[in-house]
Write a protein that binds this ligand. Structure first.
Ligand code: ZN
Length: 149
């Protein structure tokens, strides 16, 4: 687990310092706001679709390093995926950070997101890591607001 932990730290630091797709899409077709009151993380997610495919996705917000890194990687992951594929990954991610999916033995398409298996050791951080996923899922379902509470 220590190799994964080193990678985790490295990736979190990198994405926190230099978040990807950190901008507003002014003409976004879909948008949602997410709140994690326990930590103070706040996010707004913007999505533009091309048919069933996520053509563009971006976020703005503020919060802790894990939240920001996770949101950054979420946008990279979801971009170019169909709504159905994005939902599948969201589901797997959620199962992973809540300990219901074992990345070593269970079939999954998490790829790079596997580094967030590390948050399992820090229960208070699970909501930080999953907030952006709940929010993009809300946006895809035309819900405007989501809270982890
Ligand atoms: Zn947080």
């Amino acid at each position: 687990m220590s190799e994964l932990s080193d990678l985790y730290q490295e990736v979190i630091l990198d994405h926190n310092k230099n978040p990807r797709n950190f901008r507003e899409i002014e003409e976004a077709e879909k948008r949602a706001i997410g709140n994690n009151p326990l930590c103070g993380d706040k996010i707004q997610v913007f999505v533009n679709m091309d048919g069933d495919v996520v053509e563009d996705v971006a976020f703005q917000g503020s919060g802790c390093a894990i939240f920001k890194a996770s949101a950054s990687i979420m946008t990279q992951t979801v971009k170019g995926k169909t709504k159905e594929e994005a939902e599948k990954i969201f589901h797997e991610f959620h199962e992973m950070v809540t300990g219901k999916l074992d990345i070593e033995t269970d079939d999954n398409s998490l790829g790079k997101l596997r580094i967030f298996a590390g948050v399992l050791e820090f229960p208070a951080r699970v909501k930080c890591a999953s907030l952006s996923w709940h929010t993009v899922n809300a946006a895809l379902h035309d819900e405007e607001e989501v809270s982890t509470e």
